[in-house]
Design a protein around this ligand. Structure first.
Ligand SMILES: Nc1ncnc2c1ncn2[C@@H]1O[C@H](COP(=O)(O)OP(=O)(O)OP(=O)(O)O)[C@@H](O)[C@H]1O
Ligand SMILES: [Mg+2]
Length: 326
């Protein structure tokens, strides 16, 4: 039995294409009201997962529940609960914005007066009120995307699946969509989205799952993911001058001794990177480093302590996985 706080739950969900498991025994739990971002490289299995959860694609094995319903046993009931914004915008180019939404309202059997109110409200929220009688085919990519999001929200779903909702949009349109996602979250809508934009996940997601070859390889809040990656918090020292090979070797050796961590030299940036020590030791290590650099007349243009952004965490996780699998 599913806990009532879990809105999306998959149980060993799998899809095999041509003998290859593209989604491989996936166990995913998304809590009520949560925004969960699924990340992963091209071909990792994100769209396949969403297509199964939205009953567009039949799983090879495993099961899932949406708001407690077995969506495969009762797809019609499940469809009332969720909305979909797919990777390819699905709107009718020949119909106007209004007609597109009216068509969807009819599919859901929404009564005429109520449909009209909802359509006008959603078009206003999407900033499309003035274009309601224009053909959707004439809209820009961003406007089409906003129209398809409005369509997904017509029947006031409790759950929203979005496959790369902001792909190909300019920064301003992307921000508008982020703002509307934040509003939906405030209204308690549970959202599962996929994205390649790490800043989007970082900004919006309560939790992030990283899917790799159909398996959930990492999961957590952004802070939890950051902590998982060893050495991701760092100290960077950008040198003013290029050092000769022997001199660089001896500087790296000395920095290793002073900091207690193995430095990594970034040739492109002429920067020495070391793992940041625990907070209690940080100031002491920085002092020792500065004194030594000073005493040896090694000048630097920048010394920074950093916290990794999600991009660095993501790349570090991918590197770790690659080295584990070799
Ligand atoms: N209909 C299909 N027939 C055969 N293979 C498929 C089919 N649909 C997807 N696949 C395969 O499943 C794997 C996962 O594809 P999927 O589209 O789910 O990836 P994705 O994570 O959404 O990637 P992207 O970030 O590029 O959108 C890929 O190897 C893909 O080739
Ligand atoms: Mg995809």
């Amino acid at each position: 039995m599913q806990s009532k706080d879990v809105t999306i739950e998959t149980n060993e969900l799998s899809k095999v294409f041509g003998g290859r498991a593209c989604v491989d025994r996936l166990n995913l739990k998304v809590q009520a009201g949560e925004l969960y971002a699924l990340l992963g490289e091209n071909g990792a299995g994100k769209t396949t997962t969403i297509n199964m959860l939205t009953t567009l694609l039949k799983p090879t094995s495993g099961s899932f529940r949406i708001c407690g319903f077995d969506a495969m046993k009762d797809p019609e009931q499940a469809k009332r609960l969720f909305g979909i914004v797919s990777q390819d915008v699905a709107i009718y180019q020949e119909l106007t914005a209004y007609e597109n939404l009216k068509f969807i309202a009819d599919l859901h059997g929404i009564a005429k007066a109520e449909a009209n109110t909802r359509i006008m409200d959603l078009l206003a929220k999407a900033g499309l009120s003035e274009r309601l009688n224009d053909r959707a085919g004439e809209f820009s990519g961003g406007m089409q995307r906003k129209l398809s999001i409005a369509g997904a929200l017509l029947h006031t779903p409790r759950v929203l699946f979005m496959d790369e909702p902001t792909v190909g949009l300019d920064p301003a349109s992307r921000r508008q969509i982020w703002a509307s996602l934040m509003d939906l979250k405030k209204m308690g809508v549970t959202i599962l989205l996929t994205t390649h934009y790490l800043e989007e996940a970082e900004l919006l997601a309560d939790r992030i799952g990283i899917i790799s070859q159909g398996k959930l390889s990492q999961e957590g809040t952004i802070d939890q993911l950051r902590r998982k990656v060893r050495g991701i918090r760092g100290i960077a020292i950008r040198l003013n001058k290029r050092l000769g090979k022997a001199e660089l070797e001896s500087v790296l050796q000395e920095i290793a001794t002073l900091s207690g961590s193995k430095p990594v030299y970034d040739h492109v940036r002429n920067t020495i990177n070391i793992t940041q020590p625990p907070d209690a030791e940080l100031v002491g290590v920085l002092r020792k480093l500065l004194n030594w650099l000073d005493a040896n007349a090694i000048s630097f243009s920048r010394l920074a302590t950093s916290e990794a952004n999600l991009e660095e965490v993501f790349l570090a996780i991918a590197r770790e996985e690659e080295s584990n699998s070799q």
